[in-house]
Each structure stands twice: as structure tokens, then as C-alpha cells.
Design a binder for this molecule. Sequence first.
Ligand code: AMP
Length: 490
Amino acid sequence: MTTTFADLGLSPALLDAITARGYETPTRVQATAIGPLLKGQDLVVQAPTGTGKTAAYGLPLLAKVDPSAKRVQALVLTPTRELALQVTDMLTAYAAALPEVKVATLYGGHPFETQTRAIRAGAQVVVATPGRIMEHLRRHTASLDHVAYAVIDEADEMLRMGFLEDVEWILARSSSERQTALFSATIPLPVRRVAKRHCRRPKSIGTDAALTVDTIDARAIEVAEGAKLDALMRLLDAETIGAALVFARTQQSVAELAGTLERHGFRVEGFHGGMSQGHRERVVTKLRVGQVDIVVATDVAARGLDFDRLTHVIVFDAPKDPELWVHRAGRTGRSGRQGHAILLYTKRDAKRVKGIELYTRKRLQRARLPSSDQAAEARQARLKRRIRAVLAEGDQGALERYAKVLAEVVDEGGVEPLVVAAALAKLLHGDRPLGVETKTRAKRDRKGGSSGRADKPRRRPPMKKKVDPDKPPKRRGRAGRGKGRGGSST
Ligand code: AMP
């Protein structure tokens, strides 16, 4: 029998908020964690992002908070400010029918005073990144003496970012009477140790679950060294993409890739830790409202990036650490929707792909790159769809005004109307070739260069060698450079 939210023992106010959010049934982690959390059980939950983990800890948190007591009673620690903001948004939505419950978000780069005021005003819930809450605790602008419920979200990310000690420092300064829940996509040993030290007889949930969400179609595509950029563009053309998150290794490669994709007419933004917070927030907004379809990001920056339109994750550099694949892939395939995670790898990275398979205990489907014909067909179909969409809008007035201007172009230039329409389509389509890619474009790409909008200056073209992505990758001789440690560091 399927568990319902009502079966879990949540209050009518929370049930209403869940219904308003459009959630019909609890996800697996919600069905297994909410009951024990409501009963006061400490938990260690293995749940990658996208499994509904925020509601899994957030709903019991809100059920436990006493709205009339104006002091911090619940704490959620997150590794990044983006995740802190996202958790705050979700908690605020779940608390829609609990107007007295206030959430304060504490993160670096946001005015300290504003945060202090929010705490003084009686926020019962604090969502914080470690560094900033430590500062508040040191300055005595926040107290965790009355915290009855603490959550460590994305504990493995805390570990990777070197925050685990800070987390312990913070927990040691909160009430020892509290209930503690630790959520993490993976449970490496140091995380397990923290759970042992700071949770009371914690129950483990979901630790045997497969490490990637079932709704993700995960593929690995082998490409020749130097042909990755073309392969990426071909994928972006041929796949039916709502929005795509492309992972690159460094801030420099983020800027290079975003710049190159933009020059080829993709609606793309870079997203990395070197950008100001305001800039990053603008990118997130553009993504949410559909002004941008592709974000190229580093792992650190992408951690808190979560948006419903995301259909594709494309990993440009195979990571050395398989956990990174789990995190990257887990950005898509959320809320039961189908997502696609595609790993581009070179022969040299074949071991990394094996490592990922061993770690996730799942085979990555080996796929082929779409052909240049398929990519061209997809580009043409997309152009037709865009034109038909404008026609379907039926804004006769506007169309007539455009038609008048175009009639003048036809008359004055003595050209066929269809030729004028073609010129307009070219204008709409941008620089990208509409038909099958030609060598001319390959040459132009090789020049690389800056679009002037990326954050870091780009002096070198993104790819040194140009290789035809249609050709099978060349095998490297045993004495080749790939023999040593080689590979790119993650
Ligand atoms: P999370 O893993 O908490 O980041 O949640 C991922 C996404 O799933 C968010 O967009 C949530 O709003 C959504 N979500 C969470 N729980 C449910 C549910 N029971 N039904 C449908 N969507 C959900």
C-alpha cells in the first residue's frame, strides 16, 4: 500500500502546504524518514539531491517548532549559500500556513546586521552556512542553546569543502538535548564518524539504495581528445533540452566554454565561485524564467543550483572522484521527472568511467554521439518550432506591422519574399550553421577567443587540437603521454 502524507502524521497546516506545492505522494526518503523524525529519532539518511530530502527533514522540523517561542529552535546547516537560500525558500513555502514561524538565513556575503535583526526578531528556524553562523556565535549575535532539532544537509559536501570540523564546532555549541539528522548523498567514513559523535543512537536510512536516482537516464559517450567541444554542441543541438547544466573543471574552462557556446548562438551563462553573489543570483533568475537554457558551472558553484527546468546534466570532464558524478547527475531527474546525465569521456578517462560504475553499482549506458545530420535536423526542427510558435500566438497586429516593413524590403530590393524570410530566419538563428557542420566552421572554432562577457580573461582558444567528432577516437600507444598520472584533476 502506498504511504500518503496524511499517514505520516503531519498537521493539517503542513498537509495543506504540501498539496499547494503539488506534491501528491511522499518520495521514498520522505516516506521512510518523516515518521521517525517526528518521533524524535536521530537519523543518518543517504539521499542525493533531488530525492525530496528537504521536505523529509523540513516538514518534521516545522512540526516541532513552537511558533509562540521567539528563539532559535531549529538549525539547518548547508555547505553553500545557494543551498541555504533554496532550503529557506522551501521551508518558507512549507510554512505558508504557519505565519508565526520565521526563518533566518545566515550566509557570507549578506549583511551581518540584517541577519542579526532577523534573529532578534524571533526567528525560530535558522538555515546557515558554517562560516557565517560561527561568526554569529563568536559575536554572540546568535545562540543555539535552545536548538531542539538540527540538520546537517549535504554532509559529504561539507567534508569535501573542508567544513566538517566547523560543523562539529557548531554542534558542540548547540543544546545537547537536541535531535540531530544528517543527510548526505554518500556516507564516507568521516561523515559516519561525525554522526557517531553528534547523533544519539542514529538510525541509518537508505544506505543501501542505489546511488543515482532511477529517473536519470545516464549515458557515457566516448569522444576523441580535442573533439569534446564539438561533441558538446552536437549534443546540445540534438537532445530535446529544457535546460542543461554543463559541468566543467575550472573557472577558466567554465568561462571558455560559456563564451564559445554563446558565440555559437546558445543561450548560455557561466556560473562559478569567482563570480559575485549578485551575478550568480542573476544567472539563477535567468534560468528560472527561461532566459537562459544552458549553464556551464564548476562543481563548487553548482552545488546549490537547483531548478525544475533542468532536463540535462552534461559532464564535460570525467571526474576522478566517482562521488562527483553522483552529485552532478543528481542535479537532474528530480520529482519523478525523467532526467538525462551524459558523461563525455576520452579513452584516457576510461578508468574513471569504470570507477563510477563500481561506485554506483550501476552500468553507465555507452551511447554514441548524435550524427551531424541528426544535429542539423534538430536545429532545423527547432527553428521551425520557434517560427510556428510566433504564428500560433496570433498577434495579428504585430505581424501586420512587420509585414509592412518586409513588403518595403521586397519592393525596394526587388527580392523574393521567401528570400527575405530566409534572411530573417538567419537573423533569428544566429551564427550557428543550420545545415550539417562544415569544415569552415571547424576552422572558425579553432580560433576560439573571448566574447567579452565571461568573468575571466580568455587568452587561449578552448581547444588546442581540432578533431572530427565523427571519427572514432584514436588509440594512444603504450608509450604515450597518457601513461603517467595524466588526466585532469577534479
Ligand atoms: P530536494 O531533493 O529536496 O532538493 O527536492 C527536489 C525537488 O523535488 C524539489 O523541486 C521539490 O519541490 C520536489 N519534491 C519534493 N518532494 C516532492 C514530492 N513528494 N512530490 C513531488 N515533488 C517533490
